[in-house]
Design a protein around this ligand. Structure first.
Ligand SMILES: Cc1cc2nc3c(=O)[nH]c(=O)nc-3n(C[C@H](O)[C@H](O)[C@H](O)COP(=O)(O)OP(=O)(O)OC[C@H]3O[C@@H](n4cnc5c(N)ncnc54)[C@H](O)[C@@H]3O)c2cc1C
Length: 424
C-alpha cells in the first residue's frame, strides 16, 4: 500500500473506467458504459449529482419547450437500477499515476456537511449564509447541500455562520475524509464548464445596478419559486434579455458561440410570458443561432410574444429611479435609451479548470481553452484518457448525451484493444 495514503484508506477498488464529474455528461456516460457491460466509478466533487442541470427549472408552458432539464431525473432513475457503477460524491482525485496500461488514483472523500437526518428544513442557514448559491437545493432532490465550490470554507475563508445558527446542530465542518484507491483501465473527463462571469462585462452593470441578473439566476429563481414580480414597486412590466454575454467576444478571449444561449433566453422569455401575460419582453441579439432540432418552430412561436432587437447594447446604466436602462443603436442607427424593470444577461459557457492533480497526464487544449479537439473526437491527448460534454466545448444537454454515446463506444474499442494486447 502507498504509505502516503494514510490510515483513512478504506478500500482498494478496480473498475474499467474512472469518470471524473457527475453532471449530465458523466451520468449519461456511466449509463452508456453500463449498457455495454463496462463497469465504471464516478467521482463527483459536489455533494449531489447533475452539475449545472440540477439547477434548471422545467420551462414547459402549455407545451414542453424541450429544454432537456428533466432528462437528468431519467438518468438518475435508470442508473439507480444498474449495479455496474459505483458513485463517490463529495470526492476529488487526490493523486494520480500510471503503471503500464493501468491508471491508479487516490480519491479523497469529504464528509457531507449537512446531516440530513438532523436537518428539519427550517432554512435559517440560507438566511445567514453570506454567499449567494452556497447552499444548494438540486431540482430532483428536496434536501439542502453545501456547495464545495461556493462555500467560503472551500476557498480557505473560515465561516461557520450556518452551523452556528442551526438549531438542530445539523451542520458540521469537520475535515473528516476517507480515501479510496482506484485502479482503472481508462479515464473520462466530464468536468463540465463554468458560466461566464458577468462582472467581467463591467459596462452591463451586473452586481452594480439593481434589476440586472443572469439567465442562470433567473432560472434558479423560477425553479425555487422565488421569482416575485410583486416585489417590484409598480409591478413587473418589462424584461430585456441581452445575448452573447461572454460569447463571440474576442476582447474577452471568448471568440466562440456558446450554442445554448439563444434557446435559453427564448425559453425563459416564453415561460415568463406564459406565467405573466402582461410582461413586455425584448431580446437584444447579434444573430439568432439555431443549433437545436426544430428550433425554427420555436422561433416562429416566439416572434409573436417577444420583440427581437438586432443590437448588442453599448451599456446598461441605472436610471434616476434606479431601474436598468439599456443603451443601444436602433435600426435607424440612432442612440436609444430604454428602461426595463429587469435585464437578464444571457451568459455563455466558459472553460473550467478540471482541477486535477499535477501528476495527471497533460491534456490537449483547443484554441478556446476547452479540453481535447473537436466534438467528433473524444480523445484528450493521452492514450486511455477521454473527454466528453461541456469540458470539451459549449454544448446543450442533448449534445452532451450524444457525445457520451460516442465516448462510450470509443472507450469500449480502447478497452478491447488493451485486452487483446494491441499497441495503444
Ligand atoms: C445559463 C445557462 C443555461 C443553460 N440552459 C440549458 C438548457 O435549457 N438546455 C440545455 O440543453 N442546455 C442548457 N445549458 C447547457 C448545460 O448547462 C450543459 O450542456 C450541461 O450542464 C453540461 O453538462 P456537463 O456534465 O458536461 O457539465 P456540468 O453541468 O458543468 O457538470 C460537471 C460536473 O463535474 C463536476 N466536477 C468538475 N470538476 C471536478 C473534479 N475535478 N472532480 C470531480 N468532479 C468535478 C462538477 O461538480 C459538476 O457536477 C445551459 C447553460 C448555461 C450557461
Amino acid at each position: 500500500m502507498n504509505s502516503k495514503i494514510g490510515k483513512n484508506l478504506l478500500k482498494n477498488m478496480k473498475k474499467d473506467v474512472l469518470i471524473i464529474g457527475g453532471g449530465i455528461t458523466g451520468l449519461s456516460l456511466c449509463w452508456e458504459l453500463a449498457c455495454l457491460g463496462i463497469e465504471s466509478i464516478l467521482v463527483e466533487k459536489a455533494p449531489y449529482l447533475g452539475g449545472h442541470v440540477s439547477q434548471f427549472a422545467c420551462k414547459a408552458t402549455q407545451t414542453c419547450q424541450r429544454c432537456g432539464a428533466c432528462v437528468l431525473e431519467d438518468y438518475l432513475s435508470k442508473l439507480s437500477n444498474t449495479g455496474l457503477f459505483e458513485l463517490h460524491l463529495n470526492s476529488t482525485i487526490g493523486s494520480f499515476s500510471q503503471i503500464g496500461k493501468k491508471f491508479s488514483s487516490v480519491v479523497s472523500h469529504k464528509r457531507s456537511q449537512i446531516i440530513n437526518e438532523r436537518c428539519d428544513d427550517c432554512n435559517l442557514c440560507s438566511k445567514v449564509c453570506p454567499v449567494e448559491g452556497a447552499l444548494v437545493r438540486p431540482s430532483f432532490d428536496s434536501k439542502l447541500y453545501i456547495s464545495n465550490e461556493k462555500c467560503l470554507n472551500s476557498i480557505g475563508i473560515h465561516c461557520e455562520a450556518c452551523a452556528q445558527i442551526c438549531p438542530q446542530g445539523a451542520i458540521e465542518f469537520g475535515e473528516k475524509t476517507k480515501e479510496i484507491q482506484i485502479e482503472a483501465s481508462a479515464v473520462a473527463i466530464c468536468t463540465g464548464f463554468t458560466p461566464f462571469d458577468a462582472t467581467k462585462k463591467a459596462r452591463f452593470g451586473y452586481q452594480r445596478i439593481p434589476g440586472v441578473l443572469t439567465t442562470l439566476e433567473l432560472d434558479s429563481l423560477l425553479r425555487t419559486g422565488n421569482f416575485e414580480p410583486a416585489a417590484f414597486a409598480d409591478g413587473l412590466k418589462s424584461v430585456a434579455f441581452i445575448q452573447c454575454v461572454g460569447s463571440r467576444d474576442p476582447k474577452l478571449g471568448a471568440n466562440y458561440c456558446s450554442r445554448i444561449c439563444c434557446g435559453v433566453s427564448i425559453r425563459l422569455a416564453r415561460l415568463l410570458k406564459n406565467r405573466y401575460p402582461e410582461i413586455r419582453l425584448s431580446i437584444f441579439y447579434m444573430d439568432i443561432q439555431t443549433f437545436e432540432r426544430e428550433f425554427d418552430k420555436t422561433l416562429d412561436q416566439a416572434q409573436n410574444e417577444i420583440t427581437f432587437i438586432r443590437a448588442i447594447p453599448s451599456e446598461i446604466r441605472a436610471s434616476e429611479n434606479n431601474r436598468p436602462e439599456v443603451i443601444y443603436n436602433g435600426d435607424d442607427d440612432l442612440k436609444q435609451i430604454t428602461p426595463f424593470d429587469l435585464v437578464i444577461l444571457s451568459v455563455g459557457i466558459a472553460p473550467r479548470d478540471p482541477d486535477l492533480p499535477k501528476s495527471f497526464p497533460v491534456l490537449w487544449q483547443n484554441r478556446d481553452g476547452f479540453i481535447g479537439a473537436d466534438e467528433n473526437d473524444v480523445t484528450a491527448g493521452h492514450p486511455g484518457v477521454f473527454v466528453a460534454g461541456a469540458a470539451q466545448g459549449p454544448k446543450s444537454i442533448a449534445d452532451c448525451i450524444s457525445q457520451s454515446i460516442l465516448a462510450a463506444s470509443r472507450i469500449k474499442e480502447y478497452l478491447d484493444r488493451a485486452k487483446m494486447g494491441e499497441k495503444l
